[in-house]
Structures are given as C-alpha cells and as structure tokens.
Design a protein around this ligand. Structure first.
Ligand SMILES: Cc1cc2nc3c(=O)[nH]c(=O)nc-3n(C[C@H](O)[C@H](O)[C@H](O)COP(=O)(O)OP(=O)(O)OC[C@H]3O[C@@H](n4cnc5c(N)ncnc54)[C@H](O)[C@@H]3O)c2cc1C
Length: 502
C-alpha cells in the first residue's frame, strides 16, 4: 500500500492553515455567546461544533497558541512525527466520521508497522539481548511459558489469562467494585513477583507511574478497548465499524486491521475542525477562574479579561482544572476528583540521525530498554516503507519524571549519551530536534487520565456531573472508549446535556 501520509517538507497548505488560525487568535469576542467552551482539543472543538450546528452561539477559549491539545504534530520535522495522539483503530467510528466530515483522509499505517514490528531490539541492564536468547537469559524474571515472551508482552499475557471480567461499557459499575485494587496487588495475587511486575509492567508503563498507582478497573477498561480495536471482539459495533479501506493485505498484517492516522499529521484534524467554527476561537487565553450560577457563568483568563455566557463547557484535563478557581466549588466528590485524578507522565525526545547507524551495527533502530531511553520507535514516514525519518524516545512513568527533573538541556544530553552507550555506532550522529514533556506542559500537566486504586468506586460517577451551568467533557470523562475516540464520545454527551438544559 502506498503511504503518502507525510512528506518531507511542510506543505504550503499546512503553513497557510497554521497562519489562518493564528490570525484568529487576535479576534475578540464581541457579544455574549450562549456557551463558552474551554479548550480547543478534540473534545472541546467537537462540542463547540455540535452546539453551533444546533443553533447555539459559542466562544472557544484556548490557553495554548495552537489548537489540538494532546493531538500535536511536529509539522516542521521530516515525516511529521506525532508528539501526542498517534493512532486510531477499528473502533474509532467517531474519529473516522469526523475526519470524513472535515475532509481529512485516514491512512492505514498497519502494513508499514507490521513490516517493521519484528525489529524491536531488547536491551536489559545495558546489554543487548537477542530475543531468541531471552527465555534462557539470567535476567529474565518470568515463570513457565511466559519466559518466552519479551517483557513488553508479559503484562498483556497475564491480563489475558487472569482478567476477572471483560466489559467495556460497565467497567465502572458497582458490581465490579471489588476489582478496584492496584494492578500490583492483582498481579501479585496471581503469582507475580516484584521483579516480574517491575520489568513486565512498570518499565515503559502505559497506565500510572507504577503498578501500585493504577486501578485494575482502569486496566480492564483499557485492555478491553485494545481487544475491541484489535478486532478480538467481533460483536462490537456501537460506534460504527470502520469503513476505511485497510488496503491490500500486506505480509504479516491480519486482514481488516486498521492502525490509522490522519494524512499530513494528526493535528490536521483539529485544525480543520477549528476552521469550521462560526464563533470566535481565542488562543492564548489561559482560564484562571470560573464562576457559575443557576442562570449563567463567567470565565476569567490570566490576562484579566472575563467572558459571560449562559453555560460553560470545560474540556480541560483535571490536572489543569485543579489550578482554576471554581466558584462555588463543585460537590465534594467531584471536587476530590478534580484535585486527585492521576495522569501518566510521558516525555518524548525526537531525534534525527545524520546517517543510518543501524545499517552499521546491524540492529533495528527501534528498541525497548529498561534504562532512561525507555522505548525508541523508528518513525518510518519516508517515501518507502522502511525509510526512517526520525526516532522517538518515549520515556514514561518514573523514567519521564526522572528526565523531567533534569530539565530539557541536561536530559537531552543524557538521552543522546545513553543512546550512544547502547549503540556505539550512533556516536556523533544524533541530534535532538524536539522535546516535549506532557507533565511539565502547563496545559496538560500529564498525559492521559489514570484512575488510581479505589478512585473508580469513589469518583467515577461524579466526574462528569454538570455543576450548575458548568458542564464537563474530555477523554477523562469517556465511559466506553478511550483516547481520541473518548474525546469525541465525551463531546457528544456534553453537547446533549447542554442542549437539553437550554
Ligand atoms: C503522547 C501521547 C500519545 C497518545 N496516543 C494516542 C493514540 O495513539 N490513540 C488515541 O486514541 N489517543 C492517544 N492519545 C490520547 C489523545 O491524544 C487524547 O486522549 C485526546 O487528544 C484528548 O482530547 P481532549 O479534548 O480530551 O483533551 P485535550 O486535547 O488535552 O484538550 C484540552 C484543551 O484544554 C486546553 N487547556 C488546558 N488548560 C487550559 C486553561 N487553563 N485555559 C484554557 N485552555 C486550557 C488545552 O490546551 C487543550 O487544548 C495520546 C496522547 C499523548 C499525549
């Protein structure tokens, strides 16, 4: 399948779109709108467009100087690497429909990813371990048949064997409350030692900072969402099955698998959505206070300007909302959720290699390590399927926290020198083209939301409850889907709530 998703040079069309949006940053809201939407990520934009389609006037206030929130593409780097939301899959019906509505093409990365998947190298304790040697390796902590799995597959295998239920839409139902325990306790109860959990779950973690601060219910939801997207749950059709062509079956790609992205970079979707807004979108407006009454609301930004509306939709992650003064305070459980919902730390380093050093040392450029590099993913968005345009270092959990503490300059130095230590052939060939810490980014203060042990039972039901004329959306409020699709799901719900109350 031809992969024309990205090109090497930023197209004039993209540059023009960015310029168009920044002009709007200087627009000023003239008359009082029906609704203020805080945040121009996918959920805020989708909520705003839906409300406008239903006849309400909307003002969008965005703190950053760009739209997209946690969907963020490096449009000035070769191959347009993603810093935020990466991929959509078969169950992303709302995302796929939105792309079609806004004239953005979805392309299937599966053939390219599957063609290169076998090439992820394992580095344990500074040593390169060939996968064929891993089962018998002295540093392999796993037991029985699971010793044969690479560390990145051990957690999945444990969950597949032992997950107590599979229920996408009711994972937070009180009937599952006894499973609102830490993933660590759950894995221990199924015979896992601390060493197994450390390597098989905590290293390059997907939820939480360690297995101790993520609820098994969150993991159950995420696992089942992944299974649905892998096509393992064939009956799932609530959000509409994907009708995106998955292309000519390629070697190693199961038929019908979609690992999709938006042509030209994922940020093209929120940019296209923003252009469709009828009302004003004000960039660089960091919201600092929200006052709500039963009749209407007032939102104040850090520059002192205030805006009034009959209702406010807040799409901010709770990690940033907790720094906003809400008057009056929401009811205690919702307030506790705003203050305490967890967010996974993720920091990325985008590296460019001056020469393909992997041809010199004979290993794949992609790596899974238990050191500060975390995972290194070769971005293959060149003209051919195997051309590497950049390398993304994904530091997650405690690793991201460690690198963040060093600061951008020192941590970049650590990343490059660690890389050169593991791969001597890369010496002098790498430069850091971009760094992004989602934790130190004041407009996200973390990556995706994490329910900690006990939080599903205690907080889930209150998270998205309207507070007088203040309504909530965002991925953290989604109940049956995750990530970008969760953002759209939440926007649908919040728009209905606002319309029903108008
Ligand atoms: C590294 C990474 C990889 C990911 N990979 C995937 C993936 O492969 N697939 C997937 O489905 N999802 C993925 N996601 C998750 C997905 O990107 C998010 O779930 C989704 O984009 C969230 O959308 P949202 O509208 O809920 O929140 P956001 O996009 O965060 O939107 C909230 C908006 O509020 C704004 N805001 C915050 N504070 C203020 C303030 N005080 N005043 C004004 N505005 C404010 C923010 O700037 C932002 O624009 C990934 C995310 C990251 C970061």
């Amino acid at each position: 399948m031809s992969m024309n998703r990205r090109e090497f040079v930023v197209s004039t069309a993209v540059s023009a779109a960015i310029a168009g949006l920044s002009t709007r940053a200087h627009a000023s809201a003239s008359k009082e709108p029906d609704v203020i939407v805080i945040g121009a990520g996918l959920s805020g934009l989708e909520a705003a467009l839906t409300l406008e389609e239903n006849g309400l006037s909307v003002l969008v206030l965005e703190g950053r100087d760009r739209v997209g929130g946690r969907v963020y593409t490096l449009l000035d780097l070769p191959g347009y690497p993603e810093v935020g939301g990466n991929a959509i899959a078969n169950a992303y019906g709302r995302c796929i429909a939105a792309a079609a509505r806004h004239g953005i093409e979805v392309v299937n990365l599966a053939p390219r990813l599957f063609a290169n998947r076998a090439g992820q190298e394992l580095f344990i304790g500074n040593e390169h371990v060939a996968l064929k040697d891993w089962a018998a390796h002295p540093k392999n902590p796993f037991a029985g048949e699971l010793r044969k799995l690479p560390p990145w597959s051990w957690g999945d295998a444990m969950f597949q064997q032992h997950m107590p239920f599979r229920d996408l839409e009711n994972w937070y139902d009180p009937k599952h409350a006894q499973h609102d325990i830490s993933v660590h306790d759950f894995l221990s109860a199924h015979g896992a030692t601390d060493d197994m959990i450390r390597l098989g779950f905590d290293t390059n973690i997907a939820y939480g900072t360690t297995a101790r601060d993520v609820s098994l219910l969150q993991q159950a939801f995420a696992d089942h969402w992944m299974a649905v997207n892998r096509g393992a749950v064939t009956a799932f059709s609530r959000t509409g099955a994907s009708n995106v062509s998955t292309g000519v079956p390629a070697a190693g790609v199961p038929p019908g698998v979609l690992i999709g992205a938006f042509k030209g970079g994922n940020q093209r979707l929120p940019m296209a959505m923003a252009k469709k807004l009828k009302g004003d979108l004000l960039l660089n407006c960091r919201v600092t206070a929200i006052e709500v009454t039963d009749q209407g609301s007032k939102v104040t930004c850090s520059d002192g300007r205030s805006y009034k509306a009959k209702a406010v939709v807040c799409s901010m992650p709770f990690s940033t909302l907790r720094h906003v003064a809400i008057d009056p305070l929401p009811e205690p459980t919702q307030y506790k959720a705003i203050q305490s919902l967890g967010y996974i730390p993720i920091t990325q380093y985008h590296l460019i290699a001056k020469r393909p050093f992997w041809l010199e040392d004979g290993l794949s450029p992609s790596m899974w390590t238990d050191g500060p590099l975390g995972m290194v993913l070769a971005q293959r968005f060149g003209k051919t399927d195997d051309e590497v345009t950049s390398l993304t270092v994904w530091a997650r959990g405690l690793n991201a926290q460690y690198l963040d503490r060093l600061g951008v300059e020192e941590s970049s130095r650590v990343v490059v020198s660690e890389f050169e230590r593991l791969r001597p052939a890369s010496k002098g060939l790498l430069y850091v083209a971009a760094v992004h810490s989602w934790s130190t980014d004041p407009f996200s203060a973390g990556d995706w939301a994490i329910f900690q042990p006990g939080q599903v039972r205690e907080l889930r039901a209150s998270i998205a409850k309207p507070h007088k004329r203040l309504f909530f959306c965002g991925e953290h409020t989604a109940i049956g889907s995750r990530g970008m699709e969760g953002a759209f799901e939440s926007a649908e719900r919040v728009a209905l709530e606002v319309l029903a109350s108008s």
